[in-house]
Ligand binder design. Structure first.
Ligand code: T3D
Length: 256
């Protein structure tokens, strides 16, 4: 059985981390598969949204702490595998949704934070976890965590590694919404389909604009968004959206 399951349905590519016996602890093989999936499969035109999730009882317990047992690990080398995944998610001009149930720990949480949206089941447990084993956050967490929750909270979460419930994570802004366990599958499928039926090119441009704004001045953002709006304004989906408004109906976006 593959360590990464892929399913494409109705424009949604679902990537499922598949080592449930270790709460989907990440191995080199899994990271390479994920890197390929975001760089290649997810870029196919028929894919209009991506869901990242875990098999079994949790999302992901972070790096497999048994993979390099007894070896002296070159972190610089090893972290390149994470980098490919995190950069792949950032570069993908399509929405990426993390569906978090059960535990999301360490680098598993890093991957969830690198996604564009996070839906948590009410049983989710989020923890940075790194400091508990004497490490600093990695796999992009130092970038995303302070941007999501601010420096002081990021420091606290990284240094003390508390175990956050889904509701606590929601209050901090780490997840977008919390869904009862019994409604989780349905809500993830519903939201993923809504994204896959949206104006895909525009979603890509939104991602570009928001990412650009993280390191830009107001003047630069105003300049850049005008440039991107030129692109959005020429999409078929923009025409369709306006036409649907005139005709008082829901738009039928094709992602073009
Ligand atoms: O050293 C490096 O490689 C550097 C890289 C670092 C990047 C990181 O991600 S650091 C953070 C690594 N992750 C953790 O420290 C989390 C470790 N796991 C936990 O804290 C807990 O397992 C959970 C909170 C995630 C879930 O707890 P619980 O009680 O629901 O499950 P469990 O019983 O602890 O785990 C179930 C099985 O999964 C168990 O296996 P066993 O004993 O039944 O054979 C456990 O050992 C295994 N497992 C859980 N996490 C990992 C793991 N195996 C390998 N690596 C793991 N990270």
């Amino acid at each position: 059985m593959s360590v990464l399951l892929r399913e494409l349905k109705d424009g949604v590519l679902t990537l499922t981390l598949n080592r449930p016996e270790a709460i989907n602890a990440l191995t080199t093989e899994m990271l390479r598969e994920l890197g390929k999936a975001f760089a290649k499969e997810a870029t196919a035109p028929e894919v209009r949204a991506v869901v990242l999730r875990g098999a079994g009882r949790g999302f992901c317990s972070g790096q497999d702490l048994r993979e390099f047992e007894g070896q002296s690990l070159s972190y610089k080398g090893h972290l390149r595998n994470y980098r490919s995944v995190v950069e792949g998610i950032a570069a993908l001009e399509k929405p990426v949704l993390a569906a978090i149930h059960g535990a999301a720990a360490g680098a598993g949480l890093s991957l969830a934070l690198a996604c564009d949206l996070r839906v948590a089941a009410a049983d989710a447990l989020l923890t940075t976890g790194f400091s508990k084993i004497g490490l600093i956050p990695d796999a992009g967490m130092n970038y995303y965590l302070p941007r999501l929750v601010g420096y002081a909270r990021a420091y606290e979460l990284a240094a003390l590694s508390p175990r956050l419930s889904a509701e606590e994570a929601l209050a901090l802004g780490l997840v977008n919404r919390v869904v009862p366990v019994e409604a989780f599958e349905q809500e993830v499928a519903r939201l993923a389909l809504e994204l896959a039926q949206g104006p895909t090119k525009t979603y890509g441009l939104i991602k570009r604009a928001l990412r650009y704004s993280a390191g830009a001045t107001l003047e630069e953002v105003l300049e850049y968004e005008a440039l991107l709006q030129e692109v959005a304004g020429r999409t078929q989906d923009h025409k369709e959206g306006v036409q649907a408004f005139y005709e008082k109906r829901s738009p039928r976006f094709q992602g073009r």
